[in-house]
Design a protein. Structure first.
Length: 387
């Protein structure tokens, strides 16, 4: 069944986010990014706007908006400062996992607190030896009475420091074949005995938002926190969440690319060479035309994936993968072209363009590398066009 947020509601919410970005985010973005400062003062306004519960159902205190509006919100946040979108990015993956696969008890326990922002969530998936090869993860969960005991480590975990609830993918049956059938997902809150935050990673971009190790050393979690109350389903749970995550990453890429384009087209009309604005030169006009066209194509791919999700399509890994792949590559291209249009000024921290350029690789690598996206897309195409 198709679910769509009405146009007036969508415009009102997206407009409010745009104004929030203009008023609260843009004035601090450059300094906080440069100094790697977490924007704690933005959390309460984001809670007040309902941004921690964008797609969480209203019966659990969320806004229950569609994924098209969800994408538009992430685009607007990322135009101002992409790191801010990360505060609620994997948070919504956790929300989706609980809403789609959790027991009634788990939904009642976690979703209202996620929607309000009392719980600020993340996804503990990647490990030092398990990135693209998810099935190689080494974190184990062993049943012990009414609890499970977790041991292992996770890497590159967004919101590890400032978040307090995580969907953690583990191995409960190391001997299972195929391997993904031995994986189970748990919801673990901080603080928990045996759970520690490891090193804070110093990143090229996506700064001001914590990305850290999570260390599990005999960390005990109630069996009631096993998602869906069933072992062996965790891989499926997390992959379904990543489909929505790829919509948000594609939308972030569109937002960053749009900000870079708008900075470039504005600068091109102000900067003069040979007695006229550089926007008068065909070389610059060709760049601007390509940039704008590719951004619009990326936006439409992103909205198409979101619309398929809103229509209740059981799997959108093809559409979400295409959107994430194309939008992130476009973001990389556009931010570089924006820097070239700015010349030397694009290379210094007085201008936002260098930040857009540093942020772009996150969308290419994160939520499944683009090489993995191509493999996912190819597999789905071969299924659709099987002879």
């Amino acid at each position: 069944m198709t679910f769509t947020t009405d146009t007036d509601t969508r415009n009102q919410i997206v407009g409010a986010v745009r104004e929030f970005v203009r008023r609260e985010v843009e004035p601090i973005a450059q300094q906080y990014d440069n100094e790697d400062i977490y924007p704690e003062q933005l959390i309460e306004p984001m809670r007040d706007m309902g941004l921690f519960g964008i797609t969480i159902p209203p019966e659990f205190g969320g806004m229950g908006l569609d994924y098209t509006t969800f994408a538009m919100i992430f685009e607007e946040l990322s135009k101002g400062w992409m790191s801010v979108s990360g505060i609620i990015g994997t948070h919504h993956i956790l929300g989706h996992i609980v809403a789609s696969h959790g027991t009634d008890q788990q939904k009642a326990k976690f979703l209202p607190r996620l929607a309000s922002g009392e719980l600020r969530g993340g996804l503990a998936l990647t490990e030092p030896e398990a990135g693209s090869d998810v099935q190689n993860l080494q974190t184990t969960a062993v049943k012990d009475g009414e609890e499970y005991v977790l041991n292992g480590s996770k890497m590159f975990i967004t919101n590890a420091e400032h978040g307090n609830a995580f969907a953690v993918l583990t191995k409960t049956d190391p001997d299972a074949e195929p391997r993904h059938r031995g994986m189970s997902c748990f919801i673990i809150e901080k603080p928990s005995t045996g759970l520690e935050v490891g090193q804070h990673l110093d990143k090229l971009g996506y700064r001001g938002l914590d990305s850290c190790e999570l260390l599990f050393n005999d960390c005990r979690v109630d069996a009631d926190n096993l998602v869906g109350a069933a072992e062996g389903q965790g891989f499926k749970h997390v992959m379904s969440g990543l489909e929505t995550g790829r919509i948000n990453v594609a939308a972030r890429a569109v937002g960053v690319a749009t900000a870079a384009f708008e900075a470039a087209v504005r600068y091109a009309q102000q900067r003069e060479t040979f007695g006229e604005p550089i926007a008068s030169h065909q070389a610059i006009q060709l760049k601007l035309a390509d940039m704008a066209t590719k951004i619009q194509a990326a936006r439409l791919l992103t909205y198409d994936a979101a619309a398929k999700k809103d229509a209740g399509q059981p799997r959108i890994d093809l559409e979400a993968g295409m959107a994430k792949l194309f939008a992130s590559e476009v973001c990389g291209e556009v931010t570089l072209e924006a820097m070239r249009i700015h010349g030397g000024y694009g290379y210094i921290k007085d201008f936002n363009v260098e930040r857009y350029y540093r942020d772009a690789p996150l969308m290419i690598i994160g939520e499944g590398t683009n090489e993995i996206q191509k493999l996912v897309i190819a597999r789905r195409l071969l299924e659709q066009y099987a002879i």
